[in-house]
Write a protein that binds this ligand. Structure first.
Ligand code: BGC
Length: 367
C-alpha cells in the first residue's frame, strides 16, 4: 500500500510590515503548519493507478510555458533545471515545455507572456521580473483562461487577496523568506557575543548586502536576520547596508568598499544570498581577513560551492533555499490545475539552516 505524506506550510500573508536597511525589526504573524496524510486501500490504489496512467498520457499533450526572470541567476538555474526534469518525470513531453529568459527586463517578459497566451499554452509558471507587475500579469493570464503558478518572487498580499476573492486558478509556491533571515541571525547568535564582538564595543557590528528589492526575499532576509539577533538580546550596529542585486560581482565590490571604509570594525557580513556571499568572501580574503578568526559571513541558498566553504570554515553558514521542493511544488500545483483541481493560493516550504554540523549532509543531498 502506498502512503503519501504531503506537508504544506500555509503562510499568513496578510498585513506584513516590511522594513529594510539599517533599521529595526518588527514582528510578523507566525506561519501555520498543516500536515495531510492519506492512505489508500489496494483496490482504490489499482483504480488510481489506471486513472494516473490516463492522467499521465494527458499531461504528455499539455503545453507548459515557464518564464524565468533571468537565466544568469545561479539559484534560478538550479530551480529551472529541477522544474524541467520534474515536469518530464511527471509525464510532460520535453518539446511541450518552453522555458524563456526574461533577461531581468519586465517588458521582455511581458512580451513572452503575450506569446505564450497566443500559443494557447495550457498552464503558465511565472517568476516575475517585477513583483509589482503581478496584477497586470494575472489579469491578462486569467482573461485568457490559463491557470497560473507564480514562483520565487512572491506577489503582494493585496494581489494574493484578489486570487482568493475571485477564486482564480492562480497561486504562489515558495519558501517563507522570514524563516531564512531568522536562520541567518540565529547562526550568528549561536556563536555568542564573546566570539563575535572582536572590537569589544558590546555590539554586533555588521554590514548587510541586499538582493533585488523586487523580490520580497531581500526585504525579509534583511529584516529578520537582524531581528533574530535583537530577539536573542544582542545589541546591533549597522555599519553599512547596500543593494547587491543578488549578484556576485556587485557583492564583491560592495564588501570591498565597506571593508576599506570600516576596516576591523566589521564583525559580520550578512548577504541575502550565496552568490553575493561568494563575492563577499573574495573581498574578505583580499582584505587579509579570515572568516571564523576575525570576521563572520553568512548567505542563503546553499549553493554547492558555498556548502563546501562552510565545511572548510571559509563561510560561517548558509540557509538551504530548497529549490527541489519549490520546483516540484510548482509543477504539482500546475498539474492539479490541469486536472481541474484546486490549489491553496499560497503554498510554502521550509528552509534549512546550514552550519558545519550538517553541511556534509546537505552537500550529499544536493548531489
Ligand atoms: C534567491 C536568490 C535569487 C533570487 C532570485 C532568491 O530566493 O535566494 O539567490 O537570486 O531568489 O529572485
Amino acid at each position: 500500500m502506498k502512503k503519501k505524506l504531503v506537508s504544506l506550510v500555509l503562510a499568513s500573508v496578510m498585513g506584513l510590515g516590511l522594513l529594510a536597511g539599517c533599521g529595526g525589526g518588527s514582528s510578523a504573524p507566525a506561519a501555520e503548519e498543516k500536515t495531510e496524510e492519506t492512505t489508500e486501500a489496494p483496490a482504490e490504489e489499482a483504480a488510481e493507478a489506471t486513472a494516473e496512467a490516463a492522467g499521465d498520457a494527458d499531461l504528455a499533450t499539455k503545453k507548459v510555458g515557464v518564464c524565468i526572470y533571468q537565466f544568469s541567476d545561479n539559484f534560478m538555474t538550479l530551480f529551472r533545471t529541477e522544474l524541467e526534469n520534474y515536469l518530464i518525470a511527471q509525464g510532460f513531453a520535453k518539446e511541450n515545455i518552453t522555458i524563456v529568459d526574461g533577461a531581468n527586463d519586465q517588458a521582455t517578459q511581458s512580451g513572452q507572456i503575450d506569446s505564450f497566451i497566443s500559443d494557447k499554452v495550457d498552464v503558465l509558471i511565472i517568476n516575475p521580473v517585477n513583483s509589482s507587475s503581478a496584477s497586470t500579469i494575472t489579469d491578462k493570464v486569467v482573461a485568457a483562461g490559463i491557470p497560473l503558478v507564480y514562483i520565487n518572487r512572491e506577489p503582494s498580499p493585496e494581489e494574493q487577496q484578489r486570487w482568493i476573492d475571485n477564486n482564480w486558478d492562480v497561486c504562489y509556491v515558495g519558501c517563507d523568506a522570514r524563516q531564512s533571515g531568522t536562520f541567518q541571525g540565529e547562526i550568528i547568535a549561536d556563536l555568542g557575543l564573546d566570539a563575535v564582538d572582536f572590537n569589544k564595543n558590546g555590539k554586533i557590528d555588521y554590514i548587510m548586502i541586499e538582493g533585488d528589492p523586487e523580490n520580497v526575499d531581500a526585504q525579509y532576509r534583511t529584516e529578520f536576520s537582524i531581528k533574530a539577533l535583537t530577539d536573542a538580546g544582542f545589541e546591533v550596529n549597522c555599519l553599512d547596508d547596500q543593494v547587491g542585486m543578488w549578484d556576485q560581482v556587485k557583492g564583491n565590490e560592495l564588501v570591498n568598499n565597506a571593508l576599506t571604509k570600516y576596516g576591523n570594525d566589521v564583525e559580520v557580513v550578512f548577504c541575502n544570498n550565496d552568490a553575493m556571499a561568494l563575492g563577499a568572501l573574495q573581498a574578505i580574503q583580499t582584505a587579509g581577513r579570515k572568516v571564523g578568526t576575525d570576521i563572520y559571513l553568512v548567505g542563503v541558498d546553499a549553493l554547492t560551492e558555498v556548502v563546501e566553504y562552510v565545511i572548510s570554515g571559509d563561510i560561517t553558514g548558509t540557509v538551504f533555499n530548497n529549490h527541489f521542493a519549490q520546483a516540484d511544488g510548482a509543477a504539482d500545483a500546475a498539474i492539479r490545475y490541469l486536472k481541474g483541481e484546486d490549489n491553496e493560493h499560497n503554498i510554502q516550504c521550509d528552509y534549512t539552516k546550514v552550519t558545519t554540523e550538517n553541511a556534509q549532509e546537505i552537500l550529499d543531498s544536493l548531489k
